[in-house]
Design a protein. Structure first.
Length: 280
């Protein structure tokens, strides 16, 4: 099963997938690098996931991205899963190996950390306390990446406290929880503030938080990229903060996936950003 020649197939499996920006990104890069191939959205019902993964191999796919609702359920169906993905408890990238076996990775956390470095090249995970709002799957990916990069003080605040407490218990002494009602006060002394909830996304209410105590030195990130600037980020920017939206995570995890499938590490160029902006 050699990938050495011929047409390169990849895609994203999820339900729904029509909203995904990934085809725009990967097809832009295939074109830019003169590679013969295509990246397609693959809508897969949960009960067909096992068949779909076998289908990737049968159809000669190089691999795929994995999005909701398959990020957790795909894991036991793969031949191997790397340590980072195992710690997160989810995969976002699958590689079809030369021998037809499937390897799972999770580049979401790495993509997020790289997006912080893109905004602030000297950023360090241990330069001060980190406040993370939300405790879902995205939060887990962020926590693992921050810990792998040396974070020593992560505070998690979530509407339902038990989800935050479960992450703190699992990942150890660098993590503690902050009551949801105390979230506005908790922004005062942090080096990095992150929204991993869906509040502020198109069609959802804005994140309710008072940023009155936020320092202009705090780096503020939102994992959302629809809209490009959530009310939360707009408020932080108005207070003098450097802000990072979720597009950097999306693009940086995509670079790593593209390299795994096609053997080229692509760049994020102004032309690519323009192509993505055209999809909004």
């Amino acid at each position: 099963m050699s990938h050495a020649n011929g047409f390169g197939l990849a895609g994203v499996i999820g339900m729904p997938v029509a909203h995904s920006r990934s085809p725009t990104i990967h097809n832009f890069w295939l074109n830019a690098h003169g590679l013969r191939g295509v990246y397609v959205p693959l809508a897969v019902q949960p009960e067909r996931l096992k068949e779909a993964l076998a289908g990737l191999v049968a159809l000669g796919f190089r691999g795929c991205n994995v999005t909701m609702p398959h990020k957790q359920t795909a894991m036991p169906l793969l031949h191997r899963v790397n340590d980072t993905a195992r710690r997160i408890g989810a995969v976002n990238t699958i590689v079809v190996e030369q021998d037809g076996t499937l390897s799972g990775f999770n580049n979401d956390g790495n993509g997020f950390v790289q997006s912080l470095r893109d905004a602030r090249p000297d950023w360090r995970a241990d330069e001060g306390p980190i406040l993370l709002l939300g405790a879902g799957g995205a939060a887990r990916a962020v926590v693992v990446a921050l810990l792998e990069n040396g974070a020593r003080d992560i505070r998690i605040s979530n509407r339902t406290a038990d989800k935050a407490q479960a992450i703190a218990k699992e990942f150890g002494s660098a993590i503690r929880t902050v009551a949801w009602d105390d979230r506005s006060d908790a922004v005062a002394d942090v080096a990095l503030l992150i929204n991993s909830t869906d509040r502020g996304m198109i069609g959802k209410p804005a994140l309710e938080i008072d940023l009155g105590r936020l320092s202009a030195k705090t780096l503020v990130a939102d994992l959302i990229y629809t809209p490009r600037e959530t009310p939360f980020l707009a408020d932080a920017r108005a207070r003098g903060c450097t802000t990072v939206n979720g597009l950097g995570l999306l693009l940086n995890q995509a670079r790593l996936a593209f390299q795994a499938w096609f053997g080229v590490l692509p760049d994020v160029t102004p032309e690519l950003i323009k192509a993505i902006q055209a999809t909004f």
